[in-house]
Design a protein around this ligand. Sequence first.
Ligand code: ZN
Length: 236
Amino acid sequence: MAKQALTLPNGETILYQLERRPRRTIGLKITDDGLVVHAPKRIFEFQLHQILMQKASWIIDKLEARRNNFVPPIVWQDGETLMLFGNPILLSVAQNDKNKQPEFINNSLKIASPEANNHAAIRRKVTQWYKKQAILDFGRRLEILATKLGVVPPPLSLSNAQSRWGSCSSRGDVRLNWRLLQAPPHIINYVICHELAHLKEMNHSARFWAVVASLFPDYKKAEKELKALSPQLHRM
Ligand SMILES: [Zn+2]
């Protein structure tokens, strides 16, 4: 269906999808494709325009929120940008007869593979590398922070959860999401402090947060940052 043009009061011209429906009111929604307008079958063009103008600030706000939140998916090929410890790094993929171990040099992760054009294969190699680094890095941090808290460093494993960054079992095993390796170091530290604090308080009570604060005073800010960062971290 052809798109309609609409010039908003802020001077921006957008294209929107107009769908005529057997309904009495106008409905607006913002999709990945932009603005979609559901309009009654019988409505004059000028009436529709008038209503869209009344809703202009809503449309502008929603479109902007979409744009700001939109995180393009990773394309597993040479030249893509990945995140490591909060910094952008380059994914460098080269065709090679032999399957080599990934190397991290000069801010780029170098992958050499006979399947350089196979996105799934490249993805597998990269995520394996991230997991390997994650267990080393998180393990070191866990040891330091456990010592600071005065507890024996608990057993550590990696998780692949879609929604949780860390967990601590009743037996005292800590699991951390390997995707956290993409986050800035202070965020990784915060998640570790959070899970370590559960070794003392198996809940989210005020006493628990006091333990977190003793290890990581600025935990509220970190918690917010982590939330804002989540869509980015889930790209991988
Ligand atoms: Zn918790």
